[in-house]
Write a new protein. Sequence first.
Length: 365
Amino acid sequence: MSRFWSAVVGGLTPYIPGEQPQLPNLVKLNTNENPYGPSPRVLDALRAEAGDSLRLYPDPVSERLRQAIAMRHEVTAAHVFVGNGSDEVLAHTFNALLKHDAPVLFPDITYSFYPVYCRLYGIEYREIPLTGSFEIDVDDYLQANGGIIFPNPNAPTGRLLAEAEIERLLQANAGSVVVIDEAYVNFGGVSVVPLVLRYPHLLVTHTLSKSRSLAGLRVGYAIGHPELIEALNRVKDSFNSYPLDRFAQAGAVAAIEDQPYFEETWRKVVASRERLVAGLGKLDFEVVPSTANFVFARHPGRTGAELATRLRERSIVVRNFHSPARIAAYLRISVGTDAQGETLIAALGKILTESIAASPSSALS
């Protein structure tokens, strides 16, 4: 605390991003990065951009990138907003579209930066509990609100809400904006982007960090009615007119245009996820059904904190959330390569065996 701080600063609880540990022989399964590198076309585009043109500012409206995204999703460029990662896109969304007299609604188990943005911008919010099986019940959202936002699939659970249920929510909630955060939809889900042409209050956000393997470039985007996009641009241009540099724009265009590579990599991740789920099942883990590039799992005989700690001792890093209490037993495990998955399963098997051997009951038997 400093006497020089603005009044808002003291009331903030900043978001803590996923750890980027520096461990030897690291098996990194904690931040949902794609285990496969970006398209070779992306690397070619970045090399081509490294030249004299860097003395010039980038295109402030990212016209070429917006056109590429629009073509991929069969909308117009006027339906597309781009930003410095989906985090920035979402931050602008809260400020531009979700700050009203009534509270914004989102799940009680979801991204922890949703309430962070609300506190930063002075937005009233209400957390809606997930069901006992970690599902979103649309009926719980049929109440007065200043907007609705949730990831689909949700994070950290990985559960997907069916398109028909989202459409039911849109039909019942025509008076405020509904934001569907589809960061993980490309690993087995179905995008609701086509619905933006029928529902002017729907905004869908995407990232290139996951399925396009570009977490290091920081590119995200939103698709919605042009009036929603105008609001986002007004906020963006009141904050930073150049959120995407020349490298980010060039690399993102190449990633969007290389559809065959995208198809190849997401299918590999899905296949690895199924192998991982099967391996966890053999160790008696309970795994929440996932359509993301991660799984949410717990073991009935061990705490999540214990397992995460024991794995870290072996240079395997996964995510364990201490709050809310009902998910503290779970590990969120990013889907890595098959080799990384096998390393994880082998380590968990040894940890569980060692735990059983060291337990008082086994010592007495």
